[in-house]
Design a protein around this ligand. Structure first.
Ligand SMILES: [Zn+2]
Length: 190
């Protein structure tokens, strides 16, 4: 089922997600709906906050992206496609200090693109849908997607990285998003 996307500045986008405590059918159904919703909107990542639930849960799929990614599991490079979709469930993240600007969009900010400083590589600890722990290292576009989604789970948004001047410069765009109807967005992208 395609779910409605919560747009800026709905207060749930600012809520830190509650940990997932049972890996049951309800979780699998929710993840399946989130994947359908993300694919419908041609997104590469979607956090639970964006469909109105403050949970430590996000889905990512960068397999269609032209921007290169790298993925290592237990220190060994593995094919990206075989490990997509990736789930962030109760994740912990460590990022390298060196950062570069990444031009990003967000399904909760239709039409907006901004440059955000992101680490080139990340180490992620997460779980699969059966509750099995998974540790991985990611680079390139996947590392960026993981950082963006991890932020959502903490109630942090990509606009929070903007300087006051840059935030002022997109004030009009943000006001437009605040006034937009989620259903209109769905139709535009159908
Ligand atoms: Zn986002």
């Amino acid at each position: 089922m395609v779910l409605n996307i919560v747009l800026y500045d709905h207060p749930i986008l600012r809520k830190k997600g509650k940990p997932i405590d049972s890996f049951n059918d309800q979780l699998k159904r929710l993840v399946s709906d989130m994947l359908e919703t993300m694919a419908f909107h041609k997104g590469v990542g979607l956090a639970a906050q964006q469909i109105g639930q403050a949970l430590q849960l996000a889905v990512i799929d960068v397999s269609e992206s032209k921007i290169p990614s790298s993925l290592l599991i237990e220190g060994k490079p593995v094919p990206i496609e075989e490990h997509m979709p990736l789930f962030l469930i109760n994740p912990t993240l460590s990022c390298t200090r060196s950062k570069e600007l990444s031009n990003e969009g967000c399904l909760s900010f239709p039409g907006l693109r901004i440059d955000v400083p992101r680490s080139k590589r990340v180490k992620l600890k997460t779980f699969d849908l059966e509750g099995k722990p998974l540790a991985l290292e990611a680079g390139g576009f996947l590392a960026i997607a993981i950082q963006h989604e991890f932020d959502h789970l903490q109630g942090k948004l990509f606009i929070d990285y903007l300087s006051p001047e840059k935030k002022k410069a997109i004030k009009e765009e943000l006001e437009k998003i605040k006034r937009a109807e989620p259903s209109l967005f769905a139709k535009e992208n159908a």
